[in-house]
Design a protein around this ligand. Structure first.
Ligand code: SF4
Ligand code: SF4
Length: 325
């Protein structure tokens, strides 16, 4: 019988709203309990040793796992970052801090940045939960007073863990709970050697989740192809004219739904605002209800011409040959 080595998870919040945690709690296939109770045998043995929102210990007891991980005494652990990473030098200049987690033995605050600098040296893998940890997200929106950034900007795009695993970004504002659960399970299986590392795109997003755009995954795409546009909210057609950024945003949420398959932004009448993209929440994703650059829609229409003609011509040819199918 497979006896898995324990893999611990340290989930550290930076400049975060806790929305990605709420999303993880809403995941159902798999859900958090599945992960923690070994529903997937090869991914069993996972413990959530630190999570500011949902752990039971508090105070010094709570910080023990983080302190041990920083010293390299915890065993293999996956570091999950939720929230952007601030530039503490900006706060220091005015004598303060942006983001603090616990304190040292003399009672001095320990910044989030000091914690992750040490944790990153020992982590088996770093997973970024949400767009803030991945790319800076909302805290990094212009004018970005805290100098907020994502983990790839902070550690360097080429950063790799001691096991050779690059930073894995799971963006979304919030990230999809099942994206997080699937990637965490995947990371555990990769750390144990059961799976190869997931293919990542140029923004270190897993290809199996982020290969296609929201537009490609949208149930309204057929209406876009048919030239049927919504001109007011509540109409059931393509929302490109209402500001939808689906053609420039990589996301499977319109197809997958958000909770238990329900929801999904454009699917349910809310234009995509491009929350999985590095530029979010700045242009070209915002203003959120301004139309996306026309070029993407023009290119989409032009790209569709050869395929549409092929489909029509194939049909005509079969009919002319007397083989109506
Ligand atoms: S609603 Fe948005 S994502 Fe859906 S077809 Fe229209 S532009 Fe594309
Ligand atoms: S459809 Fe757009 S706004 Fe909705 S989750 Fe995906 S990228 Fe974000």
């Amino acid at each position: 019988m497979f006896e898995p080595e324990k893999i611990q998870v340290i989930w550290l919040p930076g400049q975060a709203c806790t929305g990605c945690t709420i999303s993880l709690l809403n995941a159902s296939h798999p859900n958090l309990l599945d992960l923690l109770t070994g529903f997937i045998p090869q991914a069993a043995g996972v413990t959530l040793d630190y999570h500011a929102t949902i752990m039971t210990p508090w105070g010094e007891e709570a910080m023990k796992a983080v302190d041990a991980a920083q010293r390299g005494e915890l065993g293999p652990f996956v570091l999950v970052l939720e929230g952007a990473i601030p530039d503490e030098s900006l706060a220091k200049a005015s004598g303060g801090y942006w983001c603090v987690i616990g304190e040292d033995e003399e009672g001095n605050p320990i910044t989030f940045n000091e914690r992750i600098d040490k944790l990153a040296k020992h982590a088996a893998a770093i997973v970024c939960a949400g767009t803030c940890a991945s790319f800076g997200g909302i805290p990094s929106g212009k004018p970005n007073p805290t100098g907020a950034m994502g983990a790839m900007d902070y550690f360097g795009k080429d950063w790799k863990s001691a096991l050779g695993i690059p930073i894995i970004n799971v963006p979304g504002c919030p990230s999809h709970g099942e994206h997080l659960a699937e990637v965490l399970a995947y990371a555990v299986l990769a750390v144990r050697g059961f799976l190869p590392l997931p293919d990542l795109d140029s923004q270190n997003r897993p290809v199996f989740l982020f290969e296609h755009t929201a537009h490609e995954n949208c149930p309204r795409a057929g209406l876009f192809a048919d030239g049927k546009n919504s001109h007011e909210f509540g109409e059931p057609y393509c929302m490109g004219l209402l500001g939808c950024k689906g053609p420039i945003s990589h996301c499977d949420v319109p197809k997958r739904g958000f909770i238990e398959g329900v929801g999904g932004c454009p699917t349910v009448g809310s234009p995509c605002i491009g929350c999985t993209e590095p530029a979010f929440p700045d242009a070209p994703l915002s203003p959120f209800l301004a139309k996306a650059p026309a070029g993407f829609f023009v290119a989409e229409k032009i790209h569709s011409i050869p395929g549409s003609l092929e489909a029509v011509w194939g049909r005509i040819k079969e009919t002319l040959m007397g083989r109506d199918i």
